[in-house]
Design a protein around this ligand. Structure first.
Ligand code: AVI
Length: 327
């Protein structure tokens, strides 16, 4: 994976940092996932270079509303969101990427120190340098780290009120228990009385949801199938991509979009010398994208040490930006 394309925060692998360890982890997860019933592979493996480019392309399809809707909310409500950020605060962005969304808040909020945290160190350093040149009054201190694990904050952020920023609805790609664990972890980094601004996709009309993950141009299908291409290339797999199809649908009971790769035929596939049998129609569950009503999100936050203080949405009520205060 190269870092010049935007990769969803928390879903990237440190493959540019630890390629051997990265391959072993990928192989271990794929073998375990294909041996499980039902079969599954974690969504973080979508994001090799091509997968990252395809995700970028998804965000530009007319059907995929989350990215542009969240940007619209941040732009329209920047001044109100800025009011929950204390004067002189240190803002910590979890999984920082190209800093597009942070720029909107930083232009409106009284932030003194900005700490973007991302595993792709080189890319992060470049983006942080650009931002520091644009905003000379802001102290920018990038941290190259896996933000889902404990990491040390720079000294400049220590004695300040802290605000976390986690846009993009990446929290929705975590299982609810993982989302709760992440919120608890963020609470430890932000500290008592701190704030967390989170972007999350809302439960909505099923057709809108289904269309967003089944775009007419087939970009999401290509994104999903690219995972098999990656397994073939990096793990010595022999998946025939023509014998699998992209299946995405909204699961009401679990309030999530599920993405699967479904086998068109009964077949046997090899990965790293191991065999895996597929029944006709059997699927690999490749991603869940949970959607939260504000009430569901309030409950998730409350159970993880946060109080939901304010919410901003778009006119259609499709996406939410929440401000949480550490309880
Ligand atoms: C990164 N994440 C928030 C996206 C989502 O909507 O769950 C990933 C994605 N999968 C298919 N389309 C987009």
């Amino acid at each position: 994976m190269t870092a010049h394309v935007r990769v969803p925060r928390g879903l990237r692998l440190p493959s540019d940092v630890v390629s051997d360890a990265g391959r072993v982890a990928f192989l271990t997860d794929v073998i375990a996932g294909l041996s499980a019933d039902p079969k599954r592979i974690p969504p973080k493996y979508f994001y090799d270079e091509r997968g990252s480019q395809l995700f970028e392309a998804i965000t530009r399809t007319p059907e995929y509303y989350p990215t542009r809707t969240e940007l619209g909310i941040l732009t329209e409500h920047a001044a109100d969101i800025a009011r929950v950020i204390p004067d002189g605060a240190a803002m910590i962005e979890f999984g920082a990427g190209a800093l597009t969304k942070a720029r909107i808040l930083l232009a409106a909020a009284p932030v003194s120190v900005f700490v973007p945290v991302d595993i792709s160190g080189d890319f992060l350093a470049g983006e942080a340098a650009k931002l520091a040149a644009e905003l000379p009054d802001l102290t920018v201190r990038p941290v190259a780290a896996d933000f889902t694990a404990p990491f040390a904050l720079p000294a400049e952020a220590e004695q300040r009120p802290r605000v976390g920023f986690f846009p993009g609805s990446t929290l929705g790609n975590y299982e609810p228990h993982e989302a709760a664990a992440f919120l608890r972890h963020a609470g430890q980094i932000i500290g008592p009385g701190g704030r967390l601004i989170v972007g999350i996709d809302l439960v909505k009309d099923v057709d809108v949801l289904n269309r967003a993950y089944n775009d007419a141009s087939g970009v999401t299908a290509a994104f999903n199938l690219n995972l098999l291409r990656r397994i073939n290339r990096e793990l010595g797999g022999n998946f025939d991509l023509d014998t699998f199809w992209h299946r995405a649908f909204y699961n009401r009971e679990h309030h999530r979009i599920e993405m699967h790769l479904a086998s068109r035929v009964r077949q046997r596939v090899r990965v790293d010398g191991r065999c895996f049998d597929f029944r006709r129609g059997e699927t690999i569950h490749t991603e869940s994208s949970y959607k939260y009503t504000t009430e569901l999100f309030r409950a998730l936050a409350a159970g993880s040490g946060w109080r939901l203080a304010e919410t901003w949405t778009d006119r259609d009520g499709w996406f939410a930006v929440h401000a949480l205060v550490r309880a």
